[in-house]
Ligand binder design. Sequence first.
Ligand code: HEC
Ligand code: HEC
Ligand code: HEC
Length: 135
Amino acid sequence: MLRRIRAARGSVAIALALVIAVLAGFTVAAARDRVPERAPVFDTPRGEQCIAEVTEMRRNHMRHLVHQRDAVVREGKREARQGLQDCIACHAGEKSGSVLGETGFCASCHRYAAVSIDCFECHSPRAAPKNGEQR
Ligand code: HEC
Ligand code: HEC
Ligand code: HEC
């Protein structure tokens, strides 16, 4: 009798272990499904390539901007193609003409990464019109 109970307990334990294993498997699979393939969806950049390697830009674009700002504001030097308006010229959405908004290049990625920047309180987020007129 005692042996039978032990045997029964044993199989209950095995069954329980199986259930837990299967559930754990589901949880892992579900978690994997939630990880996006390619983080935020934003407007496609124009031009052949960025001012630096994409991996470098992803990680360090803020340094490029701050460096350029300091160069311009403190030292009065403007490096070609490094200005904020240059970023915007290539990165503004085809339809919106802006780097902000739903699919805006800067905005959508920052929303995703929970980053907030105040740059566009002063700087225009819109690409300058193509006729060369300045804003
Ligand atoms: C309070 C207003 C203000 C804010 C906020 C601000 N800027 Fe500026 N920024 C200026 C002014 C004014 C200049 C000088 C304009 C010029 O010489 O082109 C400037 C110049 C620059 C320049 C060099 C000129 C250019 O277009 O390349 C860069 C780059 C720049 N800012 C980036 C930024 C970034 C990035 C942020 C956000 C982190 C930011 N700024 C926030 C006012 C501001
Ligand atoms: C001549 C056009 C051009 C200019 C100017 C430019 N970019 Fe880019 N940028 C691109 C292109 C094209 C890509 C995508 C390249 C690729 O996917 O191989 C890109 C990629 C990027 C990425 C990576 C996006 C991703 O897929 O994760 C960031 C961040 C970025 N740029 C920021 C900037 C900033 C900030 C500036 C200004 C300092 C700037 N870019 C200036 C064309 C430009
Ligand atoms: C691929 C995603 C992505 C794109 C596209 C992107 N950013 Fe960022 N940005 C980030 C992340 C992530 C951080 C925070 C990095 C950190 O804290 O180390 C950041 C930080 C910044 C910062 C510094 C903020 C701070 O408080 O330190 C500035 C300035 C900035 N981004 C400007 C821009 C501008 C301008 C554009 C559009 C031309 C842009 N970013 C496009 C992901 C992106």
